[in-house]
Design a protein around this ligand. Structure first.
Ligand code: ZN
Length: 203
């Protein structure tokens, strides 16, 4: 690994530890999520390409969520996701499976609730609900989407969005969201378009 890459990773870790991107106005539930997240780094000797590789692992309450290899020329290339706690499938295959599962539901509702909960748009969920773009091609791990301005923070966000989709694509949870959504519109006698307006006000 180049010295520049190590320096950059250390800076990002410091930034994370000091909660510099947990802004004052961040939503309270998000603050709690970030407070439980830890990031560890370790070296795998004779790993990929028979080289020493730097790995980072994101854990929550001591449970491993995701493990990645940091490329030698980081931050010019994205992390490679080695392991994650959703499935045994590789990251791209898992994302595509998840994407397929969203085709049977109204994923626009997921977009609304994600945006409200996280106070920003994600990379997978879209308002259009057309599901044209596969998740693997929206992922930060795809080199097309990567640029050196991105970092560990975005990896954490990608993980959290995936976790959100994985949870609310499930029948029971999805029904719950649909009920909240429909009751809200009914109670306030609002047309569906108003939700889009609310969400657009947030982001
Ligand atoms: Zn793709």
């Amino acid at each position: 690994m180049s010295r520049m890459s190590i320096k950059r990773i250390n800076k990002e870790l410091e930034y994370f530890l000091e909660r510099k991107y947990v802004l004052d106005d961040i939503l309270e539930n998000l603050r709690n999520i970030y407070n439980n997240i830890k990031i560890d780094t370790f070296i795998i000797t004779r790993g990929y390409n028979d080289e020493d590789n730097l790995h980072i692992e994101i854990t929550k309450n001591n449970k491993s969520l995701i493990e990645c290899r940091v490329p030698n020329d980081y931050p010019f290339k994205p992390f490679t996701i080695i392991k994650h706690n959703f499935s045994e499938l590789g990251w791209n295959n898992y994302l595509n499976k998840l994407h397929n599962n969203t085709k049977t539901i109204d994923s626009k509702i997921l977009y609304f609730f994600y945006t409200i909960q996280f106070g920003k748009k994600g990379i997978f969920l879209t308002y259009e609900n057309k599901n044209f773009k596969c998740y693997c091609c929206s992922s930060y791990s795809c080199p097309i989407n990567w640029h050196p301005g991105l970092g560990i923070k975005n990896l954490v966000e990608e993980y959290l969005e995936t976790e959100f989709i994985c949870k609310y694509v499930k029948k029971y949870n999805n029904k719950m969201l649909m009920n909240i959504y429909n009751h809200f519109l009914e109670y306030y006698k609002l047309p569906e378009e108003i939700f889009e307006l609310i969400v657009n006000k947030i982001v």
